[in-house]
Design a protein around this ligand. Structure first.
Ligand SMILES: *[C@@H]1O[C@H](CO)[C@@H](O)[C@H](O)[C@H]1NC(C)=O
Ligand SMILES: *[C@@H]1O[C@H](CO)[C@@H](O)[C@H](O)[C@H]1NC(C)=O
Ligand SMILES: *[C@@H]1O[C@H](CO)[C@@H](O)[C@H](O)[C@H]1NC(C)=O
Length: 560
């Protein structure tokens, strides 16, 4: 009998209780647990089954950085130290401490690697960056379960990075430059470059991929000098670095850092004082109590800490040198998929309504004040312009003039366009490398609108709903996909896999089928997915984009 274990090809040092069930077959059951020798030390993983029943190796909670605590809080991450003995990579890693979640830790810089058993060598790598407004979320297998991708010859890496104040506080100087969470992502990418070959991944075929703020992060990496050379393709799902919510204009982050220091009772005359004061406060206080004190109305603005422009002439490594909205400068010219869902705005509309009513009448009565706060446009628009803009928006999206108990759909549309359509397509227009556009309009049985609030009215394919097709999301939807959802899921996995593994994406992910035409200014072809038979259509958002583009939205630029 020939014992041929996939992992014997790698730096495997031990196989426990290997039971051989068949000759000339990869051992799928019996190789449990599995051990792998990485650069930093030995890790212990597990063998699990993909959706179609193929064995894959799961390593969860591998440290890629030193715990960013004490002297490393508010600092760029440092590479993880080697360890003696065996690192247990069978458990879910710590979740980064965050607002509204009790089980988070400051020590959270871990990643997960999943690799299928196959005799193919050097598989393409998908590097997944979770969303959550740079403030919430994690990449654990309960939200981003690998079972669907593991049907394919691809290695999946999912990461945690610092969030909220701890990830993004910035005084916009060299003392607290910000972007710690983005630098965590870069360090994780460097880890992939160094280590992924050990997991049968190809460091020269890395696709960075993300949703929402993870998608904006992917876009930021395309603009960052730090990320250059670490990835080769990009997938942006429902977010971009030119989104208002992914940025602040200069000066805003600094003011916010001063607010944090003031609320925390710091005695400060300069940024060093702020750093010294905030570094010793409990992380829990900063991420919960502090965070809620910064809201202006209800829980808005939802995103208080996000990437900032740094001084790229300082001695420290800087992540971002130019403001994406005012001075778009691409650094990595890699092919990109960019797209969104048809009714993203449910994310923002759902919390404002229940089935029968608008829950906050002031949203209608005080729309001119509240909409800019909720959308984050108030940081970008001069007070003189804000009323003009908001009046136009109200007229366009609520033609009757009233925002009432039944205007759910209008509000969804208004947020879809203001927060997503505009900046997703802006990104597609700005990039000078190949872009493939998509619109996901398939209604799965599970909708993320269920978690955005208590309004149970069907309001379309919302923010995050494409995840139904890409990841097994046990924590949100423990049941199996129904027959139709499964077909669309297999389609999406095929399409994404074709893009990451070859140079010719197709509209159904199959070989030799209709090529997915590039999205260009002159040929605005977009793949439209509303069933398991996607089609290429013309960009339906040309007029919407024009409307938003014409508003004097970035008029505040020169004022700060
Ligand atoms: C690992 O073991 C060696 C030899 O015993 C020791 O010198 C070293 O400090 C240990 N490293 C760690 C990280 O424990
Ligand atoms: C800030 O300056 C004032 C006045 O010089 C001084 O009393 C105070 O101690 C300084 N604060 C810190 C944290 O150094
Ligand atoms: C919706 O909210 C309104 C106002 O708070 C309340 O009167 C009504 O009962 C709620 N309806 C449902 C279906 O929960």
């Amino acid at each position: 009998m020939i014992v041929h274990c996939w992992i014997t090809e790698m730096n495997i040092i031990a196989l426990w209780s290997c039971v051989v069930f068949a000759v000339d077959m990869f051992i799928s059951v019996g190789c449990q647990p599995v051990f792998l020798k990485t650069k930093n030390g030995v890790i212990k993983g597990r063998i699990l089954k993909s959706r179609d029943g193929r064995p894959y190796h799961s390593y969860t909670g591998i440290p890629y950085a030193k715990p960013p605590i004490q002297r490393l809080r508010f600092m760029p991450p440092e590479s993880a130290e080697p360890w003696n003995g065996t690192w247990d990579a069978t458990k879910e890693p710590n979740i980064c401490i965050q607002e509204g979640y009790v089980d988070g830790y400051e020590d959270c810089l871990y990643l997960n690697v999943y690799a299928p058993e196959t005799d193919k060598k050097r598989l393409p790598v998908i590097f997944w960056i979770h969303g959550g407004g740079f403030t919430w979320g994690h990449s654990g297998s309960g939200l981003f379960g690998p079972a669907y991708f593991m049907d394919k010859d691809v290695v999946l890496v999912t990461i945690n990075y610092r969030l909220g104040i701890l990830g993004f506080l910035s005084t916009e100087d060299d003392v607290l430059p910000g972007n710690y969470g983005m630098k965590d992502q870069v360090l994780a990418l460097r880890w992939v470059r160094e280590n992924i070959i050990t997991f049968n991944g190809d460091p020269d075929q890395v696709t960075i991929c993300g949703g929402s703020a993870g998608s904006a992060s992917v876009g930021f990496h395309m603009l960052s000098p730090m990320s250059k050379g670490l990835f080769h393709k990009a997938i942006l799902q429902s977010g971009s670095p030119v989104c208002i919510w992914a940025n602040c204009p200069s000066g805003v982050s600094r003011k916010r850092a001063y607010s944090v220091a003031t609320i925390a009772g710091c005695n400060f005359n300069n940024s060093e004082d702020i750093l010294n004061c905030l570094r010793i406060l409990p992380a829990k206080y900063l991420q919960s109590e502090m965070h809620t004190k910064l809201f202006t109305w209800l829980k808005y603005p939802a995103i208080l800490f996000s990437p900032v422009v740094e001084n790229c002439k300082s001695r420290q490594e800087a992540f971002l040198c130019h403001h994406p909205i005012y001075d778009f400068q691409q650094e990595s010219f890699v092919p990109a998929i960019i797209g969104m869902n048809s009714a993203e705005g449910g994310l923002m509309a759902i919390p404002l309504y229940n089935r029968t009513s608008l829950l906050y009448t002031e949203f209608s009565e005080d729309f001119n004040r509240l909409w800019p706060i909720i959308s984050g446009y108030n940081f970008y628009v001069t007070p003189e312009n804000i009323h003009k803009i908001v009046d136009k928006i109200r007229k366009k999206y609520y033609p009757s003039g009233s925002i009432n108990d039944d205007s759910h759909s209008e509000t969804v549309k208004m947020f879809t366009d203001s927060i997503f359509t505009k900046c997703v397509f802006e990104m597609a227009y700005q990039l000078s490398s190949p872009v493939y556009g998509y619109i996901y309009n398939y209604q799965n049985e599970f909708s993320h609108n269920k978690i955005y609030g208590s309004c149970d009215k069907p309001l379309g394919v919302t923010h995050g709903d494409e995840m139904n097709s890409l990841f097994k999301m046990n924590d949100l939807n423990p049941i199996e996909l129904n027959e139709e959802d499964l077909k669309v899921s297999k389609l999406m996995i095929n399409i994404w896999y074709k893009f990451v593994s070859t140079d010719i994406p197709t509209v159904d992910g199959l070989e030799n089928s209709t090529p997915w035409s590039k999205f260009t200014q002159s040929d605005q072809s977009i793949m439209y997915v509303d069933s398991d038979r996607p089609v290429l259509i013309k960009n339906p958002y040309v007029d919407v984009y024009e409307f938003w583009k014409k508003l004097p939205i970035t008029s505040i630029k020169k004022k700060l």
